[in-house]
Ligand binder design. Structure first.
Ligand SMILES: [Fe+2]
Ligand SMILES: [Fe+2]
Length: 138
């Protein structure tokens, strides 16, 4: 149980980081690159999804007697789009792995379904950022 709570909190911190990163980057690249509106829209969508994930995790954490930890990381405004996408490939893969561990460790059948749904979203994010990284000519 302790391990499960810790894992939930790790996922929560990572989700919240992405909520802010995607949102900030969306406004940066909207202005910074040609045709940035489309990318901004994708990042905004992802930010909202991560927020929903963070919310689901926080509710579960509190229900189990845990305490969601909130950590804020400063974003590097000068990071290139390529670096940004590469970083998201890493963080989305990491989250995918964390959710796989959470699903394995989860005893609650209903919450397992929730976690699987979230993991599917992370897979989608991972595929999209990987695709953009390949497709965009930097
Ligand atoms: Fe997420
Ligand atoms: Fe994600």
């Amino acid at each position: 149980m302790e391990n499960f709570l810790e894992l939930l909190n790790t996922a929560f911190i990572a989700e919240y980081e992405d909520v802010f990163l995607y949102l900030r980057e969306s406004s940066i690249f909207k202005k910074k690159i040609a045709g940035g509106e489309k990318l901004a829209e994708i990042f905004e969508d992802f930010s909202v999804m991560e927020l929903k994930h963070a919310d689901l995790l926080a509710m579960k954490l509190i229900k189990l007697g845990g305490r969601p930890t909130w950590q804020f990381r400063q974003i590097d405004d000068s990071a290139s789009l390529k670096d940004t996408l590469q970083r998201h490939v890493i963080s989305e893969s990491r989250l995918y792995k964390i959710y796989t561990d959470l699903i394995d460790a989860c005893a609650d059948r209903n919450f397992k379904i929730v976690l699987k749904g979230i993991r599917d979203n992370e897979k989608e994010h991972l595929e999209k950022v990987t695709y953009l990284l390949k497709k965009i000519k930097f």
